[in-house]
Every structure is written in C-alpha cells, then in structure tokens.
Design a protein around this ligand. Sequence first.
Ligand code: NAD
Length: 400
Amino acid sequence: MKACFMGLGYIGLPTAIIAAKHGIKVTGVDINPKVVEMTNQGKLHIIEPGLEEILQEVVKSGALKASTTPEVSEAYFMVVPTPFKGNHEPDISYVEAATRAVLPLLKEGDLYVIESTSPIGTTEKMQRLIFSERPELKDKIYIAYCPERVLPGNVIYELVHNDRVIGGINPQSTREAIKFYSQFVQGTLHSTNSKTAEMCKLTENSSRDVQIAFANELSLICDKAGINVWELINLANKHPRVNILQPGCGVGGHCIAVDPYFITAEFPIESQIIAKAREINNYKSFWCAEKVQNEMLKFELEHHRKPIVAMMGLAFKPNIDDLRESPAKYIVTKVMQSCNNANILVVEPNVKNHNVFKLTDYNEAYDKADIVVFLTAHDSFKSLPRCEYKIVLDFCGICK
Ligand SMILES: NC(=O)c1ccc[n+]([C@@H]2O[C@H](COP(=O)([O-])OP(=O)(O)OC[C@H]3O[C@@H](n4cnc5c(N)ncnc54)[C@H](O)[C@@H]3O)[C@@H](O)[C@H]2O)c1
C-alpha cells in the first residue's frame, strides 16, 4: 500500500517513519525543502530519542521518501499545523492548503484522513471542498478524522501502543481508516463519527487545561492565605478520590494552551469553564511576573542596589527544549522589559543558544543571583544547593 503524509513535523514525521517500518510505502511531504532534504539524508530535524535509526533504515530500504510535492497513493494524511489567529480563532488554512495539494491525485477507493487537531466540522468542511472540486468522487472515497495523542519524547512507543479514536464521515470511511491504522497500531481503535473524534481531541486537552487551572487557582489562594500549596495538594490527594495536579507558572506548549480556544471560539456562551481555565492559566503567568518585579523592588529598597535575578527555565515543561507558547518565556520577557534587561540571568539547560536571550549556565546563575526564580521544574535544578541567603520564588515546586 502507498500512503502520503502531508507535513513532516513532530507528529507527521514519526508517523510516516513508523508506517514505513510496517511495510507501507510512504511519501512524506513537507513545504519546507530543508525538512525534505534532511529526511532523505536520514537525518531527523526534530528531537525524538531512537527515531533517527529507524528513519535511516526506512530511507535506505526505499520504504520512505520525502518530497515537496505529493505522489499518487492510496491513502493521504493531513498532519499540518493548526494554530490560532490573533483573536484566538482557529486557523485551518494549512489543512485546506494540504488538502488542495492532494485533490488532483485522489481516485476512487482512496482514503483521506485528517490527523491535525481541528475545530469541530473541519473534516466535513474538507469533504465539501473535495466533492465540490471533484464531484465524480462523491461516495467513492473514504474520509475520516483520527487525532494524535502521542507525547513527544516517547513517540515510538506511543504511536504503536496508544488507543486511537477514528471518526469517518460515514461507517465505511471509519472502517477503511481502521483498516489502515491496524497495520501498525496495537492499541484499540475506537470507532465514532468525525465530529465526535474532532471534539474528543479538543476535550482531552481542555480537560488537562481545566485541571491545571484548578491547581493554579489554589496556588493564588494559598499565596494570599500563607499556606504552602504543595503541602496542601499533597495532603488533599491523600483522599482516595481526589487527584489534584501541580500548579506552575502558567500553561504552555503547542496543544493545551491552544486547543481549548477551538471550542471557546465556536461556543462562547456554552464553554464557561473552559474559557475561565484559559484565563486563569494565562493570569498565573502575569501574576508570576508581577511577583518577581515586586521582589526586585523590595530588594532595591532594602539594599540600595539592584538585585541580580536568575530566571531558571524557559521551556514550557520539565526536561525538554520546546519553548512554544511557553509561560516561562513570557515571564522572563516581561520582567526583562520592566528593568531594561539589567541584571537578569536567563537559564535554559536544554537549549544551547537562543536568538533573543543570552543564556547562562544554571550553576553560575544560581551562584551569582540575589533572587532565584524557578519557572520550569527541570531535574537539573533539583540538585542545586539550598542557600538561605538567597530569595527564592518557586513557581514550579522545585523546593517543595
Ligand atoms: N506536537 C504535538 O505534541 C502534537 C500532539 C498531538 C497533536 N498535534 C497536532 O498535530 C498537528 C501537527 O503538529 P506538529 O507538532 O507535527 O506540527 P509541526 O509544526 O511540528 O509540523 C508541521 C509540518 O507541516 C509542514 N507543512 C505546513 N503546511 C504544509 C503543507 N501545505 N503541505 C505539507 N507540509 C506542510 C510544516 O513545514 C511543518 O514541517 C497539529 O494540528 C497539532 O496541533 C501535535
């Protein structure tokens, strides 16, 4: 079987590689020529442990070939970005562009699947687009939505072992999509319709966002009440049916900080908790920046000099190098702007160089700092010595 994956990013590339490894002849398509060139050379342009070896194997055997244009296949997968626009409206223009690129190649019996996280109704929208341009294919091709749930860093295992939700525009489409994924997925493939599958992905990420917002709200209350929020959550979680997540300096990344807006944009009246959770998680980052600025001011009044401040972490979660939508990056930027960049040491041990921030080694920054601000709970920070002379603002539970 021949398959074409449109988009070779964090999700599309590993999926294309794993499909090729399982006997499918894959064309991986990306509009970025650098991505295509690297892939054909067997080099990964993303960080994913163990994946480069498999890439080299499938490129060498001819099972995977990358290209800037799609090739005639029996199955086509849209794995392109779905960001939001300035007003938090979802932007499905990449999905539409990728669909238009494969439109001329579609023929009777083909399978067309969207994997990109998408607002409800996107699959049906693309169905209308396909049939308006190629009316002769009506009821002759299979169209489905199948969201991705993998955790970058553990992709090889999760792509094969996670359960997946597959929703066709009709039962035949669902069946054909399930037939395709059964070639390499060992998890259970759950069938539904396309709208439910789209909403399922948005629900999963909104649920995480709401749960984190609860923990962040507790952290604000506890700060005012003089209670250690980490101890509080630990104690509350001793209840057999309570499982509160950990607070942080906000919520970031490509998914949880973005996908809930796909619901709130379309259902503003109904999605009260989802919208409020977004607000709380965004506010937590603003609050953290204000806290740092207040502490700096207090220090200056007491010591008659400006403090040296170490901002520990830029990534949106522990032990990764991903800075997309990172609340830590927002806080560092806001604090630096407030003091004209003076005496701020920026630390991110998982990134070598950054085009905006001059990065400092974490040991050096910790040693030099009067105020240490923990923004991301990287493991490396946990081994730093405790120094009672330093002012520590711990927003992510390093010292709990
Ligand atoms: N990264 C994750 O952890 C994750 C998890 C689940 C779902 N998702 C969803 O999967 C989708 C893809 O995410 P990603 O993280 O892989 O994105 P990414 O930005 O890493 O990769 C997308 C790739 O698509 C390419 N592209 C853009 N337009 C194209 C077109 N018209 N034709 C071919 N290629 C094109 C880009 O050049 C890029 O290389 C998004 O909808 C995202 O929300 C991501």
